[in-house]
Design a protein around this ligand. Sequence first.
Ligand code: NAI
Length: 464
Amino acid sequence: MSQYDVIIIGAGPGGYVSAVRCAQLGLKTAIVEGRETLGGTCLNVGCIPSKALLHATHMLHEAEHNFAGMGLKAKAPTVDWAQMKSYKDDVVSQNTGGVEFLMKKNKIDWLKGWATIPAAGKVTVGDTTYDTKNIVIASGSVPSTLPGVEVDNDKGVVVDSTGALVLGKVPKKMVVIGAGVIGLELGSVYQRLGAEVTVVEYMDAVCPGMDKDVQRTFKRILEKQGLKFIMGAAVQGVDATKTKAKVKYQPKKGGDEEVLDADVVLVATGRKPYAEGLGLDALGVKMTERGQIAVDGHWATSVKGIYAIGDVIEGPMLAHKAEDEGMAVADVLAGNHGHVNYGVIPGVVYTTPEVATVGQTEDALKAAGHKIKVGKFSFMGNARAKAIGQADGFVKIIADKETDRVLGAAIIGPAAGDMIHEICVAMEFGASAQDIALTCHAHPTYSEAVREAALACGDGPIHA
Ligand code: NAI
């Protein structure tokens, strides 16, 4: 008899959420994690610590730039970087401790160490091999770098997102390679801490793939905050000494190679799936061309009894996408119908202002020949956003021209990352823009801007 119904490999948001749901559904569950703490990249070195730093530095920005105007007269605070990092570490340990509590509460065994899979139905951790009916691989992803760029987080000169959370001091000059989510979030943190931050991006717009309107507004706002951008530039390599670096880039439009000096270079050019050491080759687990574990519609790999979820399979590398897959695969293993609606997965950038998107973009729909209408509402018409000095931004809702069904949305503005869920729920229910427009929204809230954008899909917004 198997010791476990399921062993989950990796305790990030995909893995630990899956473990909890498996246990709730009555499966005897274990989770393997080699880190000292649970929670994976997200809790330990990703989403959570970066949000702590974003919060602390946003407070600093408010004190430096907006307190006096609100009648709060005081000297601008000085930054105790060591204390800020310890605050961040405390936030992390509260959360990783919370996951450990959840494992105990749900009677999930934590098998400490790095797993290998010697055969289907078997997982080895250290010297022990466990029998299990099913295996769920949730081993996540790691930062990917560029040819000619060697990341060394210990030296702290050329770092990835993990190294950027523990820099010895705030650099004077930082170069960020890549204007994606990580580059802009962590670039904002260091810009607010006083670094001169230059972001070098290969494409002509920030956050490739995002709504074009949002890309333009987002870049303009970040520039106003002090971030510098060099767009259309391909980084060719970085030469680093113990304390400094030179970033070489080639403008796409042609011309000579250019060089930027930096005290710290943050490489934020994407992440790649991580499944090393599991022994998948020997097992014959099929991979995609992009190095992800190939799965079917039920997250089953090509080897019976082995499943995979999260960053290690295809799709956006987002904690909440992994969580949804984790719950759904648990349902599959328990004999239920597991389902993830990949058309309604929000994406959020936690800068100030926040940026949030869901569904399809205006450009993609137009390119596909879909007849649409676009309702847009500026936060300039939203009293609450004005009250906190964050009226720069807008809500945009895209609906089918004939049926009025909501197909997508983009928000740039205060609390965008929370407000987007109203639209997610509407989309899950197949709602029309009018359904949102006819729903009473409390005044004064930022959410009124969502209603106004929905009204803009019909007879028009009130406050514009
Ligand atoms: P990304 O894929 O979002 O952005 C990477 C950027 O680097 C792209 O804009 C790309 O054009 C640029 N780039 C690539 N090669 C370049 C070169 N040689 N020179 C100049 N620019 C170059 O990747 P990022 O920001 O590293 O994030 C990794 C993953 O983590 C993403 O999938 C992201 O969704 C996820 N993540 C999500 C967060 C969130 O939801 N808030 C926060 C942090 C990460």
